[in-house]
Write a protein that binds this ligand. Structure first.
Ligand code: SF4
Ligand code: SF4
Length: 378
């Protein structure tokens, strides 16, 4: 297994499908063309030109000598939601091939203006929002000798709505007896947008810099508020940094634990549903923990929930280059409305932004998007 991970580290995508390594060619060969990946692919559902089944079989046929061209617009249609590999009976991950192809496209400079702007922001400002780092998180005080450090994430660090969520979370954690510190303006990007866009070198730089910082500050336990950051910190840093041993905890996991221990109370709210973030449910298997809170609040499941959730459309760096498109998030809001629900709880800063924007774009003044913390009290 370690050998496979090392091989993955040094590869920077493929131009010709023949360059795909042998173990991934086996993956392609296993496809039985059932089409479950395409049926569950949100990009395909909203009409983008992406069918994961066709990608897998196109690559396979190309390796066997047939003509196949993997178009750039197909590759950029992916929102890296993981629905394809989660639904595949043969454990094939079409997503992996699309991400590898992105690495090749980025290396070739085949990116559009918005993708270029995202990379420039990450390079220049060390965050994804083109905002100077100076004063980042200055609005949040840190405790001495903290039990946990908190990784806020770019989106909530700079967004006024996000500040409200973060302040509420910190009040809850402190009220439950925990000491919390942030990294202040030393917190940069986790590297996830760079990796999902295909800028692997930049991702690895962020990973190395952040791991060094954690060592210097003695960070042993890190609460991560953004599920995208959670995925890279928990699952992907280890592939770049062998001795990365920081305990990574989702804020949802910690809140559920505190509710179970009776240290936090759950408010009862009428007419709620929950939108599972892809990075929480599929990439980290965190499905039960939010429901510890939601069941007490009273909620109705979305038709597509848990690991069968439907992406808000922000993943795979789409948040930055599909600005204003919003078709996926509107599809999700419509799903809630079809159930007679107008309050949707989220646990991800990107879902929060996308679904709020969708509701506004649909002129739904009474549709509310709530963060999980808003259901809790001391
Ligand atoms: S990761 Fe999501 S958007 Fe990308 S191919 Fe798979 S199902 Fe489609
Ligand atoms: S779900 Fe898996 S086996 Fe079925 S078509 Fe997609 S890749 Fe092939």
């Amino acid at each position: 297994m370690e050998e496979l991970e090392e091989m993955e580290e040094i590869r920077l995508g493929f131009e010709n499908p023949q360059e795909i390594p042998w173990y991934e060619k086996y993956m392609l060969a296993a496809c039985v063309k059932c089409g479950r990946c395409t049926d569950s692919c949100p990009a395909n559902i909203i009409g983008r030109p992406l069918s994961p089944k066709d990608v897998v079989n196109g690559l396979k046929s190309s390796i066997l000598g047939s003509e196949y061209r993997l178009e750039d617009e197909v590759v950029w249609s992916c929102v890296s939601c993981g629905a394809c590999f989660s639904s595949c009976p043969k454990y094939i991950s079409p997503f992996t091939f699309l991400m590898e192809r992105r690495r090749f496209l980025v290396a070739e400079g085949r990116i559009d203006k918005k993708m270029g702007e995202l990379l420039n922001s990450l390079r220049r400002y060390k965050n994804a929002l083109s905002v100077p780092q100076r004063g980042r998180l200055s609005w949040l005080e840190s405790d001495e000798e903290p039990d946990y450090y908190l990784w806020v994430g770019c989106q909530y660090s700079f967004d006024p709505l996000g500040k409200k969520v973060v302040n509420k979370l910190v009040d809850l954690l402190r009220g439950a007896g925990l000491k919390i510190a942030t990294l202040g303006e030393m917190e940069t990007c986790c590297g996830e947008p760079a990796r999902r866009l295909g800028e692997e070198g930049m991702f690895q730089e962020f990973a190395l810099t952040n791991a060094e910082l954690f060592k210097e500050l003695g960070v042993k336990k890190l609460i991560v508020l953004c599920p995208h950051g959670l995925t890279v910190f928990r699952n992907e840093y280890k592939r770049v940094i062998k001795d990365f041993d920081v305990e990574i905890i989702s804020h949802v996991e910690l809140l559920a634990k505190l509710v179970r221990e009776g240290k936090l109370k759950v408010k009862s709210v009428e007419g709620l549903t929950f939108h599972d973030p892809c990075n929480l449910a599929r990439f980290n298997g965190i499905v039960e923990e939010p429901r510890v809170i939601l069941r007490k609040a009273g909620f109705v499941e979305m038709k597509r929930h848990g690991i069968d959730t439907f992406c808000c459309g922000a993943g795979g760096a789409n948040y930055w280059y599909q600005v204003g498109e919003g078709t996926m998030s509107k599809e999700r809001v419509k799903e809630a409305l079809s159930m007679g629900i107008s309050k949707m709880v989220v646990a991800c800063p990107f879902c929060y932004a996308m679904l709020n924007d969708a509701a506004k774009g649909m002129n739904l003044e009474k549709f509310e998007v709530l963060e999980l913390t808003e259901l809790l009290d001391l």
